[in-house]
Every structure is written in C-alpha cells, then in structure tokens.
Design a binder for this molecule. Structure first.
Ligand code: G3H
Ligand code: 13P
Ligand code: NA
Ligand code: ZN
Length: 311
C-alpha cells in the first residue's frame, strides 16, 4: 500500500536497520526497485527529485507508482519528494498525492532553515504528509546548488534538538561526510564517514529517525563496465558498504541511493549495445538495464540495509 514513512521508520529504528530510498525517473526504474522489494518482502521509499518531475512529469510518475503499489500489494511503499527546493514544490507534491516531502533549506542560515521548514511542516501535517528536513551541508552537488568542498560543513550536533523541536519535522538528514554523485572521495584516500558526529546527533534525538543522503557505494563492477564499453568515469568512488551497514544499524532509518541505479543502468546498456550492435529494440537493452538494477537493489536490501523480510 502507499503509506507514509512513520511506521517504516519506527520499526527500522527499533530493529536496527534502514529503509532504502531510491530515486525514480521512469517505468523501468520503478519496476526494477519494486520488483526487488516484492521478492525480498521489504518496505521501500520511492523518491522523486525536482529534476525527475521535470523529466517525467508529475502525473506519469504518480501513475507509475500507483501501478507499482497495485502490483506489490503486500509491501509498504512511500512516495517522497527528494530535495524539495521551496514551499510551492512541496505543496504541489502534497496536494498531488505524495506521502512524504523533503524541504532542503540546508544552504540557508539556521533561523531561515527553521522558518522555511516549519511552514512546510505546518502545511504537510494538515494532510497527513510527513516532512524530512536537512541540517548541515553535503559536499558535491545538491541538485543545482553547488557546494564547494570548503563550504561543506558537517551537521552540528548541538543544533539538532532545537531544530527538530522548533520545526516539528519528522526526520532529519545530516551531513557526516557523504556527498552526491559518483565521485565522493579521492582515489587512493581512505573514505571515512564521521560516525562520531552521527552518534552525537543520535544522543541528542533519542528515537528520532536520521536520514543519510549521498549513500551510493558506486559499485566498481559497474564503473569498470562503463569504462570498458566506451564510457569515461575514471576515479568514480562511493561509500564503502561496511560503513553503510554501520549506518543502517544506527538511528539512520533512510538511506538514499540514486547514483548506483544510474551506474547499473548505464553500464549494462553500454555493454548490451556493444555486444549486440544490430539490435535496435529498446526493450532489449532496457530489460538488461532493469534486470541489473533489480539485482543491485536486492543486494542492498539483503546485504547492506537489512530491510529484507520487514514488510
Ligand atoms: O540528490 C540528488 C539526486 O541524486 C537527484 O538528482 O536532481 O539529478 O534528479 P537529480
Ligand atoms: P547518491 O548520489 O549517492 O546516490 O545520493 C542520492 C541522494 O542523496 C538523493 O537525495
Ligand atoms: Na537504522
Ligand atoms: Zn540527496
């Protein structure tokens, strides 16, 4: 059924696991993710960015998710706006059938972030929709807002309690060293998330669900496939899976994954087209891509997030 994240997060928090929040743009991606979750009996969050809504259009995305809900009647599915930039976008998703929205005012000063977030919480809660907010800035690219490495700042644990209390938000994204995209760390360095910051935030917010953005592991299998079949992504590197497992066991209840989906699709389609140069039926290569995403999502659920069997 189409649900909010409230029950999912409560169970994930108590059970020491996390729900995967996967970005969707088209039919094949929706099918791959929900089929994996159906097979694993896992709850799931399908999330849509502003860019995805521009690409696929709100109505098409709603209907794709409705179809997935119908095809997977036994698993909880939440539909979430990823990185909502302003009140109007959040309102449009709340009015349009989403069960959860993120307002990302993390680039704004503390007081302004609180004011913007609270306005959306007040509106969303009237309609039974839940709100994710963000405190701290991720390195890399946040949608169209570029945050340079020097500007990026970890979440300040001393601020989280006041922020959550004053805004009334339902979950909080924090910055502990992840970033968006396929180039999260310099090759040759030792990627290390700031679990000390996470645990400080956790202590200040007992029982409260924390969200991890930029959590793709950038599987080297797919990076190599892309590079081998005509692509050019040297040095692509993600969050080590062991650190994601550790995060999932903590108060982190939602782990965001987009880049890994893109890599699985792109690597597989490149390989398919190279190996089958005479094929021109999109169903052939999109099926190959869809199968790869499904396998990748199943692996996340079973081996990383721990949400298998939790529907
Ligand atoms: O956080 C960003 C997500 O990966 C969505 O990316 O804005 O290119 O759709 P997008
Ligand atoms: P990745 O780029 O690591 O997949 O992060 C996705 C994300 O945080 C979407 O909000
Ligand atoms: Na958790
Ligand atoms: Zn994000």
């Amino acid at each position: 059924a189409l649900v909010t994240t409230t029950e999912m997060f409560r169970k994930a928090y108590d059970g020491g696991y996390a729900i995967g929040a996967f970005n969707v743009n088209n039919m094949e991606i929706v099918q791959a993710i929900t089929e994996a979750c159906k097979k694993e009996n896992s709850p799931v969050i399908l999330q849509v960015s502003r860019g995805a809504r521009t690409y696929a259009n709100h109505t098409y995305l709603m209907k794709l998710v409705e179809a997935a809900v119908k095809e997977c009647p036994d698993i909880p599915i939440a539909l979430h706006l990823d990185h909502g930039p302003d009140f109007e976008t959040c309102k449009s998703c709340i009015d349009g059938g989403f069960t959860s929205v993120m307002i990302d005012a993390s680039s704004k000063p503390f007081e302004e972030n609180i004011a913007i977030t609270k306005e959306i919480v007040d509106y969303a809660h009237k309609y039974g929709v839940v709100v994710e907010a963000e405190l701290g800035t991720l390195a890399g690219i946040e949608d169209e807002v570029k945050v340079s490495a020097e500007e990026s700042s970890y979440t300040r644990p001393e601020e989280v309690e006041e922020f959550v209390t004053r805004t009334g938000c339902d979950s909080l994204a924090i910055a502990i060293g992840t970033s968006h995209g396929a180039y999260k760390f310099k090759p040759g360095t030792n990627p290390q998330l700031r679990f000390d910051v996470l645990h400080e935030c956790e202590k200040k917010l007992p029982g409260f669900p924390i969200v991890l953005h930029g959590a793709s592991s950038v599987p080297q299998e797919y990076v190599q496939m892309i590079n081998e079949y005509g692509g050019n992504m040297p040095g692509a590197l993600g969050v080590p899976e062991d650190q994601l497992r550790e995060a999932a066991r903590s108060a982190v209840c939602k782990i965001n994954i987009d880049s890994d989906i893109r890599l699985a699709m792109t690597g597989t389609v490149r390989k398919y087209l190279t190996e089958n140069p005479a094929d021109f039926d999109p169903r052939k290569y999109l099926k190959a891509g869809r199968d790869a995403i499904e396998a990748m999502v199943r692996h996340k659920i079973v081996d990383v997030l721990g949400s298998s069997g939790k529907a």
